[in-house]
Design a protein around this ligand. Sequence first.
Ligand code: NAP
Length: 544
Amino acid sequence: MARSIQENLAAGSGQSDDVEQYDVVVIGAGVTGLYALYRLRGLGLSVRVVDEASGVGGTWYWARYPGCRFDSESYSYGYSFSEELLQEWDWEEHYAGQPETERYLNYVADKFDLRKDIQFHTRVKSATYNEDENRWLVEATDGRKISGQFLVTAVGLLSAGYIPDFEGIHDFKGPWCHTGRWPKEGMDLAGKRVGVIGTGASAVQLIPMIAPEVAHLTVFQRTANFCAPLRNGPIDKETMAEIKTKYPEIFRACNETAGSFMHEFDPRSAMDVTPEERLAMYESLWEKPGFAKWLSNFRDVTVPGEANEDYAEFVRGKIRERVHDPVVAEMLVPKDHTFGAKRVPCETHYFDTYNRDNVLLVDVRKAPIERITPTGVKTADAEYDFDVIIYATGYDAVTGALLNIDIYGEGGELMKDKFVDGPRTYMGVSCVGFPNLFTVNAASVGNFVRAAEPLMDWVAECIGYVRDNGFSRISPTLESEDAWVKHVNEDGEKILRTKHANWFNGGNIPGKARALLTAPDTAPAMRAMRAKVAANGYEGFVLK
Ligand code: NAP
C-alpha cells in the first residue's frame, strides 16, 4: 500500500550515523550488477552492491540445476569491456554450463577487485525515495540500511521463480525445489522417484540430465514446446585461440542483429524459393548449433503465416522422428501455438529421453494438477507417488523481482501500484515519481550481456551527466512515459512474442496484467534511441 508523504519522508531519512552513504546503490551482483559496479566506480563514484546470495552471479548463482546453460555462444556472451579479460579467459564449451559461467563471473569479480564493494547475504525489503534529500534509502530484511543518491535495480529478468498456487505444496513430505533456486549442496536424486512439473527451457535441459540417474521420472506437461537441438561441444585450444583474434568481428556481428545474437535472418521469404530449396535450407539450419535454426531462418518464419507454419511442420516432423512411441510423440508435438511465439528451448537428448523405460509423460492440459499430496501429485484423473518434486514452472519475469521489493517513490507511491496494469516506464529504464532510479533489469533482453553492457554504459553516462552538470535528480516527463507505454503496447501487438501466453507478456502468471514487459524494438533501435535521448540533453527527462 502507498504511504503518506509524511510517512515516506520519515522512513526515507537516511541521515543517521548507522546508515552508510553512497553515490549509487546497486541491487544485484549478477551479470549487470557486476558491470554496473565496475562502470560506476570508474566514474569515481562510491558504489555499494547488495545481494541476497553468498557469492556473485545472480541468476547464475541460484539456477544451478543439472544441465543449466545458456543458448548464446559462450564467446558472444562474455563481457566485452576489457580486452585483457577477453584474452585471458578460455571458454570450455560452445554453450557454457552454469558452473563455467559462475566461474567466469567469479573470475571477473576477482580480476577487477569487485568484491570489496559487494555486501552479500543482504535481501532488500524496501527502497524509499526521500524527496527532501533526493536520495534512496534501501532497507534489508535484517534491518540494515544504506543510502544512495541513485539506485540501480540489477535484479534480473528471470530471477523471481514462480510456483503455481497448487494446494498442498507444503504438505509434500519429501524434498522439493524450483529450478531457479537449486540448492547449492545439490538434490539427491539417485534411485529416487522424481516428478518434474513444466516443460519450458529449464525442464528441457534438466530432464535428460537426471533421467539416467533416477529410478523413475514423471514429467507433467501442459504445453508441448518447439525445441531445437543445441549441438554443444567443447572448444579446443586452437579454436579458442582463433576466437580471441575475432572478438571485434563477433561483437560487431552481435551488435547488428535484432536480439544481439550471432545469427542474422535470411532476408528472403521462405515462400519465394522452391519447396526443395526451402527444405534444403531447413535441413542445413537444423544441423547448425544454437539458435541458428530459429534466428538465421527465412525472415517470414518469425511472423505468423504460411512460412511460419511450413517450418513448424518441419520441426514437428523432427520431433516425431526422435520419439519411438507414436502416442508419446504426438503428445510432444506442439499444435497449439505458432513457432517462435514462445521462446524456443535448445535441447540435448530431450526428446530421446522419452524413449527410456523409466520416463513417463503426463498431459496436464487434459487432466490438470489438482493438488500436491504428502506423497506426490494428484491430477484430475490419477495420483502419482514421488520421493522428490521439482518445479520447472518458470518465472514472474522482468517485473517480478523488481516488485518483490517495496519501492516507494515520491509522495509514498508504491511501484507495485503504479505497475498494476503492466510496467509504466520510459524506455524500460526510468519512471515518473521514482527519480534517480534506473530499472536496468527491465530494459535488457536478448543475448543478455550484449544488451546489459550498453544499457549500463548509458545509465553510467546519464548519472555522470546529472552530477557533472550540478543537478541532483532526474526523472522522465509524464508525456515521455505515456508515449513509451503506448509504443510498447501498440508495437508490441505486432510481434510474435505477444501472441501466446508466455513470460514476455506476463501471460504465464495467473492474475498478472497481460502486457509486453520488454521493449518491442530491436537491440540496435534501442541503443540508437537511448543515444539520441542522451545527445539531446536527456530528452524526455526532467533534470533538477
Ligand atoms: P517457462 O518457459 O515459463 O516454463 C514453465 C513451464 O511450467 C511451462 O512448461 C509451463 O506450462 C509450466 N507450468 C506453469 N504453470 C503450470 C501449471 N499450473 N501446471 C502445469 N504446468 C505449468 O520457464 P523456464 O523453463 O524456467 O524458462 C523461462 C525462461 O528462462 C526461458 O524462456 C529462457 O528465456 C530462460 N532460460 C534460458 C535457458 C537457456 O538459455 N537455455 C534455460 C532456462 C531458462 P505452459 O507452457 O503451459 O505455461
